[in-house]
Design a binder for this molecule. Structure first.
Ligand code: ATP
Ligand code: MG
Ligand code: MG
Length: 286
C-alpha cells in the first residue's frame, strides 16, 4: 500500500530551499526519523509533474551507502502538494559546514578532506554507472547538496530535481545562484558530461579546504573569463601537495586531461587513503 501523510508525524522544519521546504518527520509505525521535501505542484505543467515523478522513481533505484536514500513520494491532491520522503542526514550539509568554519576561523583536517573526496567520488561512480538507458549525471554538485550522516560520512543528495522543474530550458540558463562551479565547457555552451561533474567535485573540494571557491568574481563575465583561464591559488599550506594536485587535476580546463572517476579511484594515494578510511575514524576539524 502506498504511504499516506497520516503515516508520519512532522517533528520540525529544517529549512526552505528554492523548490520547497524540508521537514524532519517520524514514521509512526516504527519511530524511524526521516525527512520529507514538500513541493507545491499546482504551478507545474503536466509534463513537469510527469518528469518529477519519473525522476523520483529513478532515485528510488539508486541504492548506495553514499547516496541519500529516497523512500517514497506522496501526492496530496487536495493540497496540490508532493512530498518526497528520504533519509535524514543528521550531520547537515557541507555548505553549512563551510559557513561555520569561515565564521569560527576553523578548517577541516587533511584526513577529512580525503574522506569527502573519496566518498563523493564513490557516490558519483554509482550515478554514472547506471548506463542502461539513463546515466544519472548529478549536474548540481555543490556543498549544499552533499550531506553528512551522524558519523560524518557523505550522503550525496538533491539530484536533478531542480533540473526537472526547469526542464524546458538548458541547465546553464537555469543555474540558481552564482555558478562558481560551472565548468569551462558549460561556460562555452557545450554539452554537460561526466567530466563536468568532476570539475564541480574539484571546485567543491577546493572550497571545502580553502573556504572560498577557486574562481570568484563580482560579475558573470569576469567569472566566465577566470573559469576559461583556469588559474587559481594553491590550497592553504596546511594541506599536502598531493591533495592540492589531485584537486587541481579535477579543475583542468581541458576536458580530456581531467581524470575520470575510474582514474581517481585507481590513484595509489587514493587507494591507500581509502583503505585507511575503512578501518579508521576520521575527525572533521583541526
Ligand atoms: P535548493 O532548493 O537549491 O536545493 P536548499 O538545499 O537550501 O536549496 P532544500 O534542498 O529544500 O533547499 O533543503 C532545505 C534544508 O533542508 C537545507 O538546510 C538542507 O540542508 C536540509 N536538508 C535537505 N535534505 C536533507 C536531508 N535528507 N537530511 C537533513 N537535512 C536535509
Ligand atoms: Mg541550503
Ligand atoms: Mg538542496
Amino acid at each position: 500500500m502506498p504511504a499516506s501523510l497520516d503515516d508520519f508525524q512532522v517533528i520540525s522544519t529544517i529549512g526552505t530551499g528554492s523548490y520547497g521546504t524540508c521537514k524532519k518527520i517520524c514514521r509512526k509505525k516504527d519511530g524511524k526519523i526521516l525527512v520529507w521535501k514538500e513541493m507545491e505542484y499546482g504551478s507545474m505543467t503536466e509534463a513537469e509533474k510527469q518528469m518529477l515523478v519519473s525522476e523520483v522513481n529513478l532515485l528510488r533505484e539508486l541504492h548506495h551507502q553514499h547516496i541519500v536514500k529516497y523512500y517514497d513520494r506522496i501526492i496530496d491532491r487536495t493540497k496540490a502538494m508532493i512530498y518526497i520522503i528520504m533519509e535524514y542526514c543528521e550531520g547537515g550539509d557541507l555548505a553549512t559546514l563551510i559557513a561555520a568554519n569561515k565564521k569560527n576561523g576553523e578548517s577541516i583536517t587533511e584526513d577529512f578532506a580525503w574522506k569527502i573526496l573519496i566518498q563523493t567520488t564513490l557516490a558519483l561512480k554509482e550515478c554514472h554507472r547506471r548506463k542502461n538507458g539513463q546515466a544519472v549525471l548529478h549536474r548540481d554538485l555543490k556543498p549544499a547538496n552533499v550531506f553528512l550522516d551522524k558519523d560524518s560520512n557523505v550522503k550525496l543528495g538533491d539530484f536533478g530535481l531542480a533540473r526537472v522543474l526547469h526542464s524546458e530550458s538548458s541547465f546553464a540558463q537555469t543555474y540558481v545562484g552564482t555558478p562558481y562551479y560551472m565548468s569551462p565547457e558549460l561556460v562555452n555552451n557545450l554539452s554537460y558530461n561526466e567530466k563536468s561533474d568532476i570539475w564541480a567535485l574539484g571546485c567543491m573540494m577546493y572550497e571545502l579546504c580553502a573556504l572560498s571557491p577557486p574562481f570568484t568574481a563580482s560579475n558573470q563575465s569576469e567569472l566566465n573569463r577566470k573559469i576559461r583561464l583556469g588559474d587559481f591559488p594553491r590550497l592553504p599550506l596546511k594541506y599536502s601537495i598531493e591533495l592540492d594536485m589531485i584537486i587541481r587535476k579535477m579543475i583542468q580546463v581541458e576536458v580530456s586531461q581531467r581524470p575520470s572517476i575510474g582514474s581517481i579511484l585507481a590513484d595509489p594515494l587514493v587507494q591507500k587513503r581509502r583503505e585507511a578510511l575503512e578501518c579508521n575514524v576520521v575527525s572533521t576539524r583541526t
